[in-house]
Design a protein around this ligand. Sequence first.
Ligand code: MG
Length: 159
Amino acid sequence: MIRVGFGFDVHQLVEGRELWLGGVLIPHSTGALGHSDADVLLHALCDALLGAAALGDIGQHFPDTDSRWKGADSKRLLEGVVQLLAQKDWTVGNVDCTLILERPKIMPYVPAMRQAIAPLLKVDVDAVSIKATTSEKLGYIGREEGVAAHAVALIQRGA
Ligand code: MG
């Protein structure tokens, strides 16, 4: 059996925060604001995986009111999601993510992101796709006030 899921997330970009995207620290003048490390790509991916298994969303499993997740490395959240899926006998097939931000250019960091994510999902690197686009200077992303990510995930179990 296969199932597909979709995830979306947004974080504000502010000075004085680190910019973590896809499990990789990216040198930049602003960073994403959030309770955890605010890795928008990993959060969208968590929601895609949870959605595929109809297991709710990231806010339900890792609430931002819980001090355990303050400053948390989102790679640990993604690991937790993969464990939740494993409890229901789901394994990950492939994932496809799109980051939307104006700056910086993301392409140089994509190989490191795929390398970081693949082992957490227990899949080969070629099952992890990461794409990036800008918002053509339009809206909150265009004004560099925020960063967004979309993700789809396919999960499988049984024959
Ligand atoms: Mg988030």
